[in-house]
Structure formats: structure tokens, C-alpha cells
Design a protein around this ligand. Structure first.
Ligand SMILES: Nc1ncnc2c1ncn2[C@@H]1O[C@H](COP(=O)(O)OP(=O)(O)OP(=O)(O)O)[C@@H](O)[C@H]1O
Length: 296
């Protein structure tokens, strides 16, 4: 197997009112890939397709070198052991106690580490005697994460896994994820609307919109190189005429108070236009400018 733990090419799935339209997605060893997009853009559908949870209508995909459609068969069991999956809703029977969950997974996974599970649940402040039904949404997410991290997986696939967590718990989880991916041969694919988390942990950001990948960029290119120029209306023409921002890349958003312009290289921009304020680009800004911005 090459250095990629997830590989999708031209992944297509048609529902009556939505289609995944030829999704390409790669997650390499050592990488944390943040998967972003608006509600209904196709993030969960892509993740479920990768995991072989339904038949697709075109394209190919594999997880740890095994075709996705084999993952749901008996032959895919050994690979599934190496994948920790967390969806945004807990998928455990409500009557189970936290401690019972550990005992059940001990029988399910050959690589289950009972001590690690106990330590994780204790660190997360989960009461071993509580039932799944008694857990808050955030506690349920913590339990799912503890399960995903306790069976020596090589790959974590997290779909909105930090959505219900408070800022301190998210800090704790990001630390665990950093430790996880620091071990050789591992990677994480995580969808999230909390892009500030991705700014802290992701190596690459992939954005999907209406079932199509619209960008796939190293995070540092967005947050360290790009900028957002806060312009007056007249500045836009000045910037366009200067050629400092190539025409094809000149995206902007009009506001009542002025125009935000996407700047691919904010350091070069400041040299040419020292009078125009430029802020660092955030992932949210870049997504908004890409999806909603005008092009000259
Ligand atoms: N089983 C299904 N049958 C029909 N349509 C579906 C099915 N599952 C998902 N969809 C549709 O596919 C589209 C994409 O949904 P998906 O859950 O992948 O979006 P998402 O990007 O994960 O959104 P969110 O950020 O809200 O979780 C939506 O329009 C949804 O209604």
C-alpha cells in the first residue's frame, strides 16, 4: 500500500434530490485532513461511502488499501479493526453502562485496550456506572471517542465528533488526536463546522459543496499565506489593474461598509498596497469567499 490511508477517485452517489459528483479525496499517512462544507454539502455521505455503508453509483474508494465495498463484508473485518469511527450521534444501545460498553468492545476488537478505555473515560469524567441514556450529548461523544481511541486504530474517521463538546473538552480531544497522529503510519479524516479546531490541528483542508470538492489545500497556505483585504469600492479596480492578484484569483464579497478581497499572498499585497488593511485569512473566510464570493 502507498502512503495513503484513504483514497477516493470520482466517487458518485445519486439520491433523488442530491448527488455526490465525482469526489476525489486522499488522506495520507501522518495527516489530519479537515473536511468542511455547508449543511447538506455531502460530508457525511462521502464518509459513509468511504466506509462502504451503501453501494455507490460510480468511482472507486479504498480505506487502508481495501475497497470500500468490501468493508461491510466479513472479509473487511480485519481492516475495520484498524479504523476508529465516530459519528455525530452515539450509536450504542441506551441501556448499556459505560463500563459495559468497554466489556462488549473487548469481545469485538482483538486489539481492545481495556486500560486505555478506562483511562480515557476517567479522563473525560465519564461515570462508569451511568447508562448511555443518562449521558448528555457531549458525554456521549466523549464515550464514542474513547471507544475509537481504545482499539489501536491506524485511521480515525470523525464526522462532527467534537460538535457537542465544551471548549475545554475540545482542547482535551485535540491533544489526544495530536498524540494519535504522531505515531507513524496513522492519519485522521475529520469533518467539522468548528473550523477553529481545524485551524489548530489540520494539515490539509478539503471543502465540498453540492456534492463536489471545491478546494483541497494545505491549511498553512490558507492561514499563513493568504489574507483578506478590507477595501473601499474604488480599491477593487486599483487591485485588479495592478495585477498583484491574478484576475482568475480575484474573489470578493461586498458588504454595506466596503469590500473584502481574497489576497493569495498577503505579504506581497502589503508591499504593493500598504494603505489597505489586510487581515490573516481564516478557514471560515476562505470558505465563504470561495462559495459566495464574486469573481471579476
Ligand atoms: N439516505 C438518503 N436518502 C436521500 N437523501 C439523502 C440521504 N442521506 C443524505 N441525503 C441527502 O444528501 C445531502 C447531503 O447530506 P450529508 O448528510 O452528506 O450532508 P453534510 O455535508 O454531512 O451536512 P451537515 O453539515 O448538515 O451534517 C442532503 O441533501 C441530504 O438530504
Amino acid at each position: 500500500m502507498s502512503g495513503s490511508l484513504i483514497e477516493a477517485r470520482g466517487l458518485t452517489k445519486h439520491y433523488s434530490a442530491f448527488s455526490l459528483e465525482g469526489v476525489d479525496l486522499t488522506v495520507n499517512e501522518g495527516e489530519v485532513v479537515g473536511f468542511i462544507g455547508q449543511n447538506g454539502a455531502g460530508k457525511s455521505t462521502t464518509i459513509k461511502a468511504l466506509l462502504g455503508l451503501f453501494p455507490t453509483d460510480g468511482g472507486t474508494s479504498s480505506v487502508l488499501g481495501v475497497p470500500s465495498d468490501e468493508l461491510s463484508r466479513a472479509s473487511g473485518a480485519a481492516v475495520k479493526e484498524q479504523v476508529g469511527v465516530v459519528f455525530d450521534a452515539i450509536s450504542l444501545p441506551e441501556h448499556l453502562k459505560v463500563a459495559d460498553v468497554g466489556r462488549i468492545y473487548e469481545r469485538t476488537y482483538a486489539t481492545w485496550d481495556a486500560h486505555r478505555f478506562e483511562r480515557l473515560t476517567a479522563d473525560f469524567g465519564l461515570d462508569a456506572k451511568k447508562t448511555v441514556k443518562e449521558l448528555s450529548r457531549g458525554m456521549g461523544m466523549k464515550l464514542s471517542l474513547a471507544c475509537a481511541l481504545a482499539h489501536d486504530a491506524r485511521l480515525l474517521i470523525l464526522d462532527e465528533a467534537t460538535a457537542g463538546l465544551d471548549p475545554m473538552a475540545r482542547d482535551e480531544v485535540l491533544d489526544l488526536l495530536r498524540d494519535f497522529v504522531a505515531e507513524p503510519g496513522r492519519a485522521i479524516l475529520m469533518s467539522s463546522h468548528i473550523t477553529s479546531d481545524l485551524e489548530r490541528i489540520a494539515d490539509r483542508i478539503v471543502c465540498i459543496d453540492a456534492g463536489r470538492i471545491v478546494f483541497d489545500l494545505p491549511k498553512d497556505v490558507i492561514t499563513d499565506e493568504m489574507g483578506i483585504a478590507r477595501c473601499r469600492v474604488a480599491d477593487l479596480e486599483k487591485i485588479a489593474d495592478s495585477g498583484v492578484v491574478p484576475d482568475a484569483e480575484l474573489r470578493y464579497l461586498r458588504h454595506d461598509y466596503g469590500i473584502d478581497v481574497l489576497v493569495p499572498d498577503r505579504f506581497a499585497f502589503v508591499e504593493s498596497f500598504p494603505e489597505i488593511p489586510v487581515d490573516r485569512m481564516t478557514i471560515d473566510d476562505y470558505m465563504t469567499l470561495t462559495l459566495k464570493g464574486g469573481v471579476r
